[in-house]
Ligand binder design. Sequence first.
Ligand SMILES: NC(=O)c1ccc[n+]([C@@H]2O[C@H](COP(=O)([O-])OP(=O)(O)OC[C@H]3O[C@@H](n4cnc5c(N)ncnc54)[C@H](OP(=O)(O)O)[C@@H]3O)[C@@H](O)[C@H]2O)c1
Length: 256
Amino acid sequence: MAKSIVIITGASSGIGMEFALQIDAHLRKTDEIWLIARNRQKLKTLASQMRNNARILTMDITVGAQIDRLRDMLAEEHCRIRMLVNSAGYGIIGDVAELRLQEQTGMVQLNCEALTAVTRCCLPYMSRGSRIIQMASSAAFVAQPGFAVYAATKAYVDSFSLALRQELKERKIYVTSVCPGPVDTPFFDMAEKHGSTLSVKKLTLVSPEQVVQKALRDSCHKRTRSVCSLPIQAFEALCKVLPHTLITAVIRWLQG
Ligand SMILES: NC(=O)c1ccc[n+]([C@@H]2O[C@H](COP(=O)([O-])OP(=O)(O)OC[C@H]3O[C@@H](n4cnc5c(N)ncnc54)[C@H](OP(=O)(O)O)[C@@H]3O)[C@@H](O)[C@H]2O)c1
C-alpha cells in the first residue's frame, strides 16, 4: 500500500513551522510528515515536538540536484501525497536599482522557480482529495514600489495556483493560494536588512497561528484563496476596484 505523506517546505521557521505543528495536531492517518528546509538543527527540534513520524529533508530547493533527490525519494517509497505546503520563500525591501542583483534574482529562484519545481515533482504522487497550499502574499494583489520583485514573485504564485487549480479540477486535487499581509515571523530579519516595512502595514500584523488556522480551514473547504484578516480582505477588495497606477502612487507617497 502507498505511504500517505504530507510535504512542507520552509518548515524550519515561521509559517511553515506552524503548518507542521497544526497539521501534526489535526491530520490523522498520515504515515509521515516530510519537513524541508536548509537548517537541519531547527528541523530536528521541530520533529522532536511532533507526534507523527517526521522525516527531515535538509535541502536547498533552489538547487536542481536537490529537487532530483526529492523526486527519487517519492518514486522509491511509493508515496501518496495527501498535502503539499509550499512555504519556503523570502522577500527583501528596497528599490530595484539599490538592491544587489543576486538578492533579487534569488527571490525569483526560490519563490517562483523552486515552488514550481517542488509542485511539479509532487503532482504524479497526488490523487483525488489531495491538497496543495501555496504561500503567496497580499503583495500579490498589486505591484509594490520598494518591494517590486517580491510582489511580482507573489503575483506569480497566486496566478500559478489559480491556473493549476483549474488544471487539477478533474483529478479532484485542490489548490489554495494563501495571501496574508504582514505576519509576525523571522521573515522581517531578511526583509528589512536594507529598508523597513511601512508602519501602516505593521499595524495589520497577525500571528502565524492565525494565518495557518485560516489557511487549513480554507483548504479544507476547497477555497481558491485564503486571506486572513479584515484589513487585508479590505485591501484585496480595493485592489479589485481602484486603478493600480493610483495604488502604487499612494504606496510610493507613503514611503516618503
Ligand atoms: N511573514 C510575512 O509577513 C509573510 C507575509 C506574506 C507571505 N509570506 C510568505 O510566507 C512564506 C513563509 O514565510 P515566513 O514568514 O514563515 O518566513 P521565515 O520565517 O523566514 O521562513 C522562511 C522559510 O523558508 C526556508 N527557506 C529559505 N530559503 C530556502 C531554500 N533555498 N531552500 C529551502 N528552504 C528555504 C527557511 O528555512 P532555512 O533557512 O532553514 O532554509 C524557512 O524555513 C514565504 O513564502 C513568505 O514569502 C510571509
